[in-house]
Write a protein that binds this ligand. Structure first.
Ligand SMILES: Cc1ncc(COP(=O)(O)O)c(C=O)c1O
Length: 378
């Protein structure tokens, strides 16, 4: 029996920081998921669903995902059929399966930066060479992409371009033209385009929703999740959509070593959520719209201290502080003294001026009030 040297993963900085404060701080103000609902509220969206839940058999489920769930998930795409979907545990497992099956030591990847850490750390741990494609941060705290950088940095051994749109932590969303240009660069160079789409359908204006990368390119891998647009991270259901059967099958087979199959009750509940998605998206977007009004006023009032730009999508923004103070120190002092939890950019290895703020929850206003109290005594 041969055994490769173990892959050594570093600490996931953001998740370790969350582990410290997410369930102990009373005023969490940096969540990236929208307002969740209870099982009762979810079941209320569909007649007969409680009976169905009670009867749900608790055996193993199909390892590629429940057929009913896959049938519903296909409706989120134009040209994806149920055999082109792999269900797994959250978006996170999809990223892990993809990196471990598509990438090998010595491969080169280009990864959007800053990013949710698994989108580059797993590749690094495998031994890939990673080029960071940095979002350009403008003075007003809007963000943009340099497409020339992407095109110029493709090498002979470039295996994949890894992006996440809409983007964590900035809320950045490219326009359709830019998105298609990026995919064109991937196509011309015959490289995999991995698009983390877990925030898709959290565009503040639904006209801005991009097509899924998996609908535009045979060599694209799109990740979806119940955690963000659906606000149901407790289900731990995510999926991958791709027309690349070979890659999808490799991921499916690797899953035998991670979770085998998904939780049967979660798949049942996720199916109801996807079927009733428009009601859920509407509820989320109403909260976001209301919260953004309040947030904009807050940052206008404190423009001497912060630079804020309202993003086009997601439930998060990435403002910066104008004072010469290390943002991690600021956030730790804030959470220790006032119980308000903000996420410093140091947890993304992205300088020490920005912080992530969340506006998807009903509690945002109360949390902002506490932040205001802190600033008044600052
Ligand atoms: C960009 C991105 N991808 C993937 C994930 C993982 O999400 P989950 O495993 O809950 O679906 C997150 C969570 O914050 C994320 O922000």
């Amino acid at each position: 029996m041969t055994q490769e040297k173990n892959m050594k993963l570093p600490d996931f900085k953001l998740e370790r920081f969350f582990a410290k404060y997410e369930f102990s701080a009373p005023y969490v103000l940096c969540s990236s998921d929208p307002q969740s609902i209870s099982i009762e509220e979810l079941l209320a969206l569909e007649d007969g669903s409680l009976e169905g839940l009670k009867k749900q058999y608790l055996g193993y489920t199909e390892t590629k995902g429940s057929p009913k769930l896959k049938e519903e998930l296909c409706k989120l795409y134009e040209n994806i059929y149920d055999n082109e979907i792999l269900v797994h545990s959250g978006g996170e497992e999809g990223i892990f399966l993809f990196m471990n099956t598509a990438l090998e030591k010595g491969d080169h990847i280009i990864a959007l930066f800053p990013a949710y850490q698994s989108l580059y750390s797993i590749a690094e741990a495998i031994g890939c060479e990673v080029t960071y494609w940095k979002l350009i941060q403008n003075k007003d705290n809007t963000f943009e992409l340099d497409l020339d950088f992407l095109a110029k940095n493709i090498k002979k051994n470039t295996k994949a371009i890894i992006v996440n749109f809409p983007h964590n932590p900035t809320g950045y969303l490219p326009d359709l033209k830019t998105f298609k240009e990026i995919i064109e660069i991937a196509k011309e160079n015959n490289v995999i385009f991995f698009c983390d789409e877990v925030y898709r359908y959290l565009e503040h204006d639904r006209k801005d929703t991009l097509p899924s990368a998996s609908d535009l390119y045979d060599f694209a891998i799109s990740t979806g999740s119940m955690s963000k647009a659906f606000g149901l991270p407790g289900l731990r259901i995510g999926w991958t959509a791709s027309r690349n059967q070979a890659l999808l099958n490799k991921m499916w087979s690797y899953k035998d070593f991670t979770t085998i199959c998904s939780s049967a009750p979660s798949e049942y509940l996720a199916t109801i959520a996807v079927r009733n998605r428009e009601k859920i998206f509407k509820k989320n977007l109403e909260i976001i719209e209301e919260n953004l009004k309040i947030l904009k006023e807050f940052f206008k009032k404190h423009e001497n201290l912060f630079t804020f730009s309202s993003p086009k999508a997601t439930t998060i923004a990435f403002p910066s502080i104008k004072k010469e103070i290390n943002i991690e120190k600021f956030c730790v002092d804030l959470v220790e003294k006032k119980g308000v939890f903000l996420l410093p950019s140091t947890k993304y290895d992205f300088g020490d001026r920005n912080f992530r703020i969340g506006f998807g929850k009903k509690t945002m206003k109360e949390c902002l009030g506490k932040l205001e109290e802190y600033l008044n005594s600052y």
